[in-house]
Design a binder for this molecule. Structure first.
Ligand SMILES: *Cc1c(COP(=O)(O)O)cnc(C)c1O
Length: 405
C-alpha cells in the first residue's frame, strides 16, 4: 500500500516536472520571444500595440479570448504566458490574471452573480471576501448566507434557493482549516444550476479543482507562486469556453490585469514552486506533529495530521499539503499570554500573507469573524506559515515561546 509519504512525494514529483516543462517556449509565442538566446520570456511593458493596418487591428481585436496582445490593459505577453501556465497547473482551460488574490475573489463573485441573486459562502472564508459580500455585493442586490464549511449534503440542499447563483467554497478554510467536500458541493450547486467558485489558494498545485466539479477556481498567486513575498497578484481559472468568455468580458470591463513585472516575478517563482512547497510542507508536518504533542496545545488544525477531522477528505482529494496551519492553545491560557508568546518568537515574522520562503506567525483570536458558533472561540489561537527554515530551529523557537506562557 502507498503510504501518505509516498503519495505526497509522487505528487510533488508530478508538479515539479510539469513546472519545468511549462518553462519551455511554445511555438505560437515566437513573435514575442527573444529568439534563441534566453531561457525566459523578457518583460515587455506597454500600453499601445501597433498594427500594420486597420484590417489587422480589427482581426486581432476579435481575439480578446485568445491571450494575445491587443492593448496593454488587456494583458501583455508575459501576462498571457503566466495565464497559460496557471491554466495548466489548475488543469483548466483558460486563466485571467488579476491585480490581487482578493480581486480574483471579488471579480469572480461579480461575474457570476446578478441583482436579486443569492450566494452561499462558507463561514470559514477569507475575511476580506466576507467584507465584500456584506458591503458591495449586498449593495448590488445580492444576498449572502454563510454556511458551516462542514455542512451535510441535505443541509446544503436546504439552504439553496431558486435565486441561488453561486456556491462559494474555500478549502481548507482560512485560519480554521476545515476541508470541504468539494464533489458534494458541486452536486448540490449543479442540481440548482448554480456556479461553484472555489478559493483554491492553499490547494494550488496540489488540488486540481476541475477534476472535482469546480466551475471557477480563484487563486492568490501572491502566496506559493510568487513565493518570495515581493508580489501581489491573483488568477481566475475556468474549464469551459462559455465560462471563459463570460470571465474575460467581465475582466476587460473591470479593467483587471497585473503589471508585466508582477507577472514576470510570478512566472519566475513558479519554476521553483514545487521544490519550495515540498520542503516547506515537510517541515510543516514535522512542526505540526511536535506541537500536537505539547501539553500547552489543545489542537493543531492541519488536515495532513491523521487525527484531523479533515484528514480523510484531504487524503482522498489532495496530492500534498500547504505549509500553513493553526495552533489552538488550552483554554486556560489568556489571549494576552498567547500574544506574549507570539512577540517572543524570533524565527517567525509577525505579518499577514504566507507562502513565501520565510516563516510567519499571525494571531487568529480577535482577528477572525464568524457568524456561526466558532469551534475554538474559547481558546487563544495563532496561525503559522512555515518557510524554508531548518525544522529544528523552528521547534527550538516555539519551545522557548511556549515556555513563556
Ligand atoms: C491571501 C489570500 C487571498 C488574497 O490574496 P491577496 O493577493 O493578498 O489579495 C485570498 N484568499 C486566500 C485564501 C488567501 O490566503
Amino acid at each position: 500500500m502507498m503510504t501518505d509519504e509516498d503519495k505526497v512525494a509522487a505528487g510533488w514529483e508530478r508538479l515539479n516536472s510539469l513546472l519545468v516543462r511549462l518553462a519551455r517556449p511554445a511555438p505560437h509565442d515566437a513573435p514575442f520571444r527573444n529568439t534563441g538566446t534566453l531561457v525566459n520570456m523578457p518583460v515587455t511593458r506597454g500600453s499601445t500595440v501597433l498594427f500594420p493596418d486597420l484590417d489587422t487591428m480589427r482581426r486581432v481585436g476579435n481575439g480578446r479570448y485568445d491571450h494575445i496582445a491587443i492593448y496593454g490593459a488587456m494583458g501583455t505577453p508575459v501576462q498571457h504566458e503566466l495565464e497559460r501556465a496557471v491554466a495548466a497547473i489548475e488543469n483548466g482551460r483558460d486563466t485571467q490574471i488579476v491585480s490581487s488574490g482578493l480581486a480574483a475573489c471579488t471579480t469572480a463573485l461579480l461575474t457570476w452573480t446578478a441583482s436579486g441573486g443569492h450566494c452561499l459562502i462558507p463561514d470559514s472564508c477569507y475575511g476580506p471576501t466576507r467584507r465584500f459580500a456584506d458591503t458591495m455585493l449586498r449593495r448590488f442586490g445580492v444576498e449572502t448566507t454563510y454556511y458551516d464549511p462542514l455542512i451535510s449534503e441535505a443541509g446544503l440542499r436546504a439552504l439553496m434557493r431558486p435565486e441561488t447563483q453561486v456556491v462559494f467554497a474555500e478549502s481548507p478554510g482560512s485560519h480554521t482549516f476545515e476541508i470541504q467536500d468539494i464533489p458534494m458541493l458541486a452536486r448540490v450547486a449543479h442540481a440548482h444550476k448554480a456556479c461553484l467558485i472555489l478559493d483554491n489558494t492553499w490547494g494550488f498545485g496540489i488540488f486540481t479543482p476541475f477534476d472535482h466539479g469546480v466551475d471557477v477556481s480563484v487563486q492568490a498567486l501572491t502566496k506559493y507562486a510568487g513565493g518570495h513575498s515581493d508580489v501581489v497578484i491573483g488568477a481566475i481559472t475556468v474549464a469551459k469556453e462559455e465560462e471563459w468568455h463570460r470571465l474575460r468580458d467581465a475582466a476587460i470591463q473591470l479593467g483587471q490585469l497585473a503589471a508585466p513585472d508582477e507577472c514576470w516575478l510570478t512566472l519566475r517563482g513558479l519554476r521553483t514552486m514545487g521544490v519550495r512547497l515540498a520542503r516547506q510542507a515537510r517541515t510543516a508536518l514535522i512542526v505540526a506533529k511536535w506541537l500536537a504533542d505539547r501539553p500547552e496545545v489543545r489542537r493543531v488544525l492541519f488536515p495532513a495530521l491523521p487525527d484531523d477531522p479533515g484528514y480523510a477528505l484531504w487524503q482522498r482529494d489532495f496530492s500534498g499539503a500547504g505549509p500553513l496551519f493553526s495552533v489552538v492553545l488550552q483554554p486556560s491560557y489568556s489571549r494576552a499570554a498567547m500574544e506574549t508568546m507570539v512577540n517572543s518568537l524570533s524565527r517567525f515574522g509577525i505579518g499577514a500573507s504566507w507562502g513565501g520562503f520565510e516563516s510567519l506567525v499571525l494571531p487568529t483570536t480577535g482577528g477572525v469573524t464568524r457568524s456561526l458558533p466558532e469551534c475554538h472561540a474559547d481558546s487563544p489561537a495563532f496561525r503559522l506559515g512555515i518557510g524554508l527554515d531548518d525544522p529544528a530551529d523552528l521547534i527550538a523557537d516555539l519551545q522557548q515561546g511556549l515556555a513563556r506562557l
